[in-house]
Design a protein around this ligand. Structure first.
Ligand code: C2E
Ligand code: CA
Ligand code: CA
Ligand code: CA
Length: 274
């Protein structure tokens, strides 16, 4: 027993150090990745449920690592946040997305994820500078903020958000319903849109409680004149249920997975002209 216990411990230690080594490697590579343009924007469509029209695209970061292949954001966004590289990364993604001729020519909006650490008084000026340089209208850029980002200091967050609204940007509360004080945020902050978290959508077709929560969020949003998007729509069943509930827009694998700009063309209103 003694021997096996020791073996288990050593095994555990090895796993820990493997994980640590993998993280150290990504940390080390990330600065180079930004310099070399390895972090790329993928786009997932946001669709109007009444007729399937694409209203916008969410920008989702992908790391195209030369040795390790594609790395998903959950594996590197936390590292970017811890190292402070998230600022440079986010601004590079905004520049890439907003300077893309297809997005410039379209009528759709682009939605970009904003980490908590970027929600400060400099954010607005940084974003404005980039979109002015590439000639993209603020009215077609939406900033997605997760609820947890607002917990620390809701007064300070409110000032930053108000500044962003004055500059013309739209503001969406991401993963809505999963935070501690969703309703307070909705009441106190100048938000245009809520994105209902995919955990509610995933269960709504077979769980009456989830369905009721989604219904309540949709009517709450309507009564407050806030737009609503359902995230994580994977089946036509979910899409029809949401439409019948009165949810106007949705996003999910059923409509399209995040993809490179080249394959995004298929969803573009422009593509119909060809
Ligand atoms: P999120 O903002 O909630 O983005 C939605 C996530 O759900 C994306 O995962 C998307 O690919 C995935 N998804 C979309 N439709 C479906 C569906 O029908 N079913 C399921 N199961 N999943 C679906 P992804 O791309 O892996 O991104 C994960 C998270 O990483 C994002 O969650 C966001 O919080 C963060 N992230 C991604 N890009 C950025 C970025 O540029 N900056 C920051 N700060 N965070 C980012
Ligand atoms: Ca998001
Ligand atoms: Ca989300
Ligand atoms: Ca999320």
């Amino acid at each position: 027993a003694k021997g096996s216990g020791r073996g288990t411990f050593c095994h555990f230690r090895h796993e820990m150090s493997d994980q640590l080594a993998a993280r150290k490697r990504l940390e080390h590579d990330l600065q180079r990745a930004l310099t070399n343009g390895e972090i790329r924007a993928y786009y997932q469509p946001l669709v109007r449920l009444s007729d399937g029209r694409v209203e916008g695209f969410e920008v989702l970061a992908r790391w195209l690592h030369p040795d390790l292949g594609m790395i998903m954001p959950d594996a590197f966004i936390p590292i970017a946040e811890d190292t402070g590289l998230i600022q440079q990364m986010t601004m590079a993604l905004i520049r890439e997305a907003c300077s893309d001729p297809m997005h410039q020519a379209g009528q759709h909006y682009l939605a970009i994820n904003i980490s908590a650490s970027l929600l400060n008084r400099d954010l607005c000026a940084h974003v404005v500078k980039i979109i002015q340089a590439v000639g993209f209208p603020a009215e077609r850029l939406e900033l997605e903020i997760t609820e947890s980002a607002l917990i620390n200091d809701i007064e300070a967050a409110g000032l930053v958000l108000a500044q962003l609204r004055r500059a013309g940007f739209s503001l969406a509360l991401d993963d809505f319903g999963t935070g501690y004080s969703s309703l307070t945020h909705l009441r106190k902050l100048p938000i245009n849109k809520i994105k209902i978290d995919q955990s509610f959508i995933a269960t709504m077709t077979h769980n009456p409680t989830s369905r009721k929560i989604v219904e309540a969020l949709v009517s709450l949003a309507a009564s407050m004149d806030v737009e609503v998007t359902a995230e994580g729509v994977e089946t036509s069943d979910m899409a029809f249920q949401l439409r019948d509930i009165g949810c106007l827009t949705a996003q999910g694998y059923y409509f399209g997975r995040p993809s490179m700009p080249s394959s995004v063309n298929a969803f573009s209103p422009l593509a119909h002209d060809q």
